[in-house]
Design a protein around this ligand. Structure first.
Ligand SMILES: [Zn+2]
Length: 348
């Protein structure tokens, strides 16, 4: 067997007559993608990333791809996670400078086991510093609203009860740019030597990261949290908009919603990444949002849905969900974000 054969992401395929192993890394990832990928309350456009480690190998979502198009043999790439972790620019006080960001981008671009494998998610660093076998990062709108609550808010105890009673620790992470800055922010929250215990990281303005050695425990706790949060946060009456295509872009119609409070400033990084031009932003017109052309319609509609829902419910719940300006103004220029955006924009 060659080195390339050993590291092939198709290594979990089974011979005729053999039963597939449901705990095999790509079987776990494929099952997660089937459940979470099609749900715009959890994932929008090419967002979110999942990974599984086994020994030195880490399988992770390919960058720029939609999770609902991934399966147990497609949409993933493979890296040596310990090498990636050891090569990360070490966390320093403050945010990463230009040299550290450049070194990180180079590390991610060179990470695949073989040159034929796709580029990994730009959140590779975060997945590599978390030692637990399974890591699931979702752009959960419930997670964004929950993370916007202040310490001591009595609603937090209700929202997080299913998480804590399932045995997961909860750690909060302040707003950060995706990639190296988020990796450093997560690294600062690790508590060695128990940093592979079941944990939910609540990322301000970004979503959730579920961490466990047991994939089944993540599935159950994540599902229980989403059910509780959607109920407590009143998300049930706010379905995806009706979308029509015009000559200059999309119109997303929110007439079926009980109310619409459009926040024009980004509430999460992907809104800033995929609508980077201040002169060409989605804009409110009556009960509709007009979306400039450029993105695939489904990606654009999901991002606008998320921005509309977070903004509308945040106003009703008394929460501040505006992405800090420092993050919003700089995230779209990151090298890895430009590469991730390029296929969606038809640039590369
Ligand atoms: Zn993310």
């Amino acid at each position: 067997m060659t080195t390339e054969d050993r590291s092939s992401p198709r290594r979990t395929s089974v011979l005729p007559g053999m039963r597939p192993d449901p705990d095999a890394p790509l079987a776990v990832l494929g099952a997660w993608a089937r459940v979470w990928g099609p749900d715009p309350l959890r994932i929008q456009g090419p967002g979110g990333n999942l990974s599984v480690k086994r020994d030195a190998n880490l399988w992770i979502k390919a960058s720029g791809s939609r999770l609902d198009r991934a399966s147990s043999d497609h949409g993933w790439t493979e890296v040596d996670w310990r090498s990636c972790r050891d090569a990360l620019p070490p966390p320093r006080p403050g945010i990463p400078g230009r040299a550290a960001e450049a070194a990180y981008a180079e590390l991610v671009l060179r990470a695949p086991r073989t040159p034929a494998m796709p580029r990994p998610s730009m959140e590779l660093g975060m997945h590599a510093v978390l030692r637990a076998r399974h890591v699931a990062h979702l752009h959960s709108l419930s997670g964004i609203l929950t993370a916007a609550m202040r310490h001591g808010d009595p609603r937090l105890a209700v929202l997080l009860h299913p998480v804590r009673s399932a045995g997961f620790a909860v750690r909060r992470v302040p707003a950060a740019r995706p990639g190296l800055e988020l990796t450093w922010a997560i690294a600062r929250r690790l508590e060695p030597p128990t940093d592979d215990t079941d944990t939910l990281y609540l990322l301000a303005n970004h979503g959730v990261v579920w961490v466990s050695n047991d994939a089944t425990r993540i599935r159950q706790a994540e599902s229980d949290f989403e059910a509780r949060a959607r109920d407590v946060l009143g998300l049930a009456s706010f379905g995806p908009p009706e979308v029509t295509e015009g000559p200059n872009g999309l119109e997303c119609h929110f007439d079926a919603w009980p109310e619409l409070a459009w926040e024009p400033r980004p509430t999460f990084p992907d809104f800033a990444v995929f609508f980077p031009d201040p002169e060409c932003q989605p804009a409110l017109r009556g009960r509709s949002i007009r979306v400039p052309e450029g993105l695939p319609p489904r990606d654009a509609a999901e991002l606008v849905f998320a921005q509309a829902l977070v903004g509308t419910r945040a106003r009703a719940l008394g929460l501040d969900v505006v992405l800090p300006r420092r993050v919003a103004n700089t995230v779209a220029a990151l090298v890895l974000e430009r590469l991730r955006r390029a296929p969606s924009m038809g640039v590369a």
